[in-house]
Design a protein around this ligand. Structure first.
Ligand SMILES: *Cc1c(COP(=O)(O)O)cnc(C)c1O
Length: 338
């Protein structure tokens, strides 16, 4: 029986190379700046992004919360999509931790026009101060924002004096999908974060990067949030393998996602646009079928699926879902539909 977990790319377990690197990691007290493995990971991450400095944080959520804390003051306003992770899935952290309010666009990705529309005119005592534009790439819906659009947003933000953060939880997926170096994305914002713990398969951790001054302040905010870690080299060691080996194999996940989408498109009653699949996430609908029954059918055959949200199924491919698992899924779905 095939065993595979399509619920998310966060379910990836550390690779054998990661476990070896973790066991052998040279460590020190990172709050003293003395963990050589963390220091190596932070320099490598900064280099891969073409930025001055980077800091290792325990989660993508903490990377985002720290970024907001550094860029804003209480009462400031953040401009974001209403669908962004920082708005939907971080427990209201920006209000609670940074005292920030937000102006939201209903579209999955901000456009330059939306940024202009949502920014407050300066100098009016009634208005909160617009401070930070929040972008994601890749987007949570699996789409990717191209460089021209990012450049246009940067131009508007520059003109209006707004800071720009890129939540790049799946930054390297976006870079592969666009066929550009991740530096090209990082160059178009003031700060950027990415997850080591999604498709890159590290067990824990994210990177937050920007100028040396931004990262100095970020280290302070990370401490405020309780994210200053001690012998974190055991975790950073897995991050080094993630950057060294796992970034380069992400196109395989994208190819598997396209394979999956192509198979789904052939199924009776399944609605999907295979051309919309850009990264390792596949979204589809099947209005006629019973979601709980399908989840149970797959579970009994060793395949894990997340139930649909508002009728939309989301499946993620990653290094632990191979071609055979995808073919097995398609066969079991065909059998379920028959
Ligand atoms: C997963 C994700 C995060 C945060 O990740 P955690 O490490 O789970 O806190 C942030 N932003 C986006 C867009 C994500 O997909």
């Amino acid at each position: 029986m095939s065993r595979a977990d399509f619920r998310s790319d966060t379910v990836t377990r550390p690779t054998a190379a990661m476990r070896r690197a973790m066991a052998e990691a040279e460590v020190g007290d990172d709050v003293y700046g003395e963990d050589p493995t963390v220091n190596r990971l932070e320099s490598l991450a900064a280099e891969k992004l073409g930025l001055e400095a980077a800091v290792f944080v325990p989660s993508g959520t903490m990377a985002n919360q720290v970024a907001v804390m550094v860029h804003t003051r209480p009462g400031d306003e953040l401009i974001a999509s209403s669908l962004s992770h920082v708005v939907c899935y971080e427990a209201g952290g920006v209000a609670r931790l940074s005292g920030v309010c937000w102006a939201l666009s209903d579209r999955p990705a901000l456009s330059p026009e939306e940024v202009r529309r949502l920014a407050r005119s300066a100098g009016n005592v009634h208005f909160p101060v617009s401070r930070l534009v929040w972008q994601e790439n890749a987007l949570g819906n699996g789409e990717v924002v191209d460089l021209e659009e990012m450049e246009a947003i940067r131009a508007v933000a520059g003109e209006l004096g707004l800071k720009l953060h890129l939540d790049g939880a799946r930054l390297f997926n976006a870079a592969w999908a666009l066929g550009v170096d991740a530096r090209e994305l990082a160059a178009r914002v003031d700060s950027v974060s990415f997850c080591l713990s999604k498709g890159l398969a590290a067990p824990v951790g994210s990177i937050l990067a920007g100028t040396a001054d931004f990262v100095r302040q970020a280290r302070h905010c990370r401490k405020v949030l309780g994210g200053g870690l001690r012998q974190a080299g055991v975790l950073a060691a897995a991050g080094l393998v993630a950057l060294g080996e796992m970034v380069n194999r992400l196109p395989e996940d994208h190819a598997h996602a396209r394979l999956l989408a192509g198979l789904l498109a052939e199924m009776p009653g399944v609605e999907i646009d295979p051309a919309a699949v850009k990264i390792n996430l596949v979204f589809w609908r099947a209005p006629g079928l019973d979601p709980e029954a399908l989840v149970a059918h797959m579970e009994a055959r060793g395949l894990k699926l997340s139930p649909p949200v508002a009728g939309v199924w989301r499946m993620a491919t990653h290094y632990e879902t191979g071609r055979d698992d995808i073919l097995a899924f398609a066969a079991h779905l065909r059998e379920f539909l028959a």
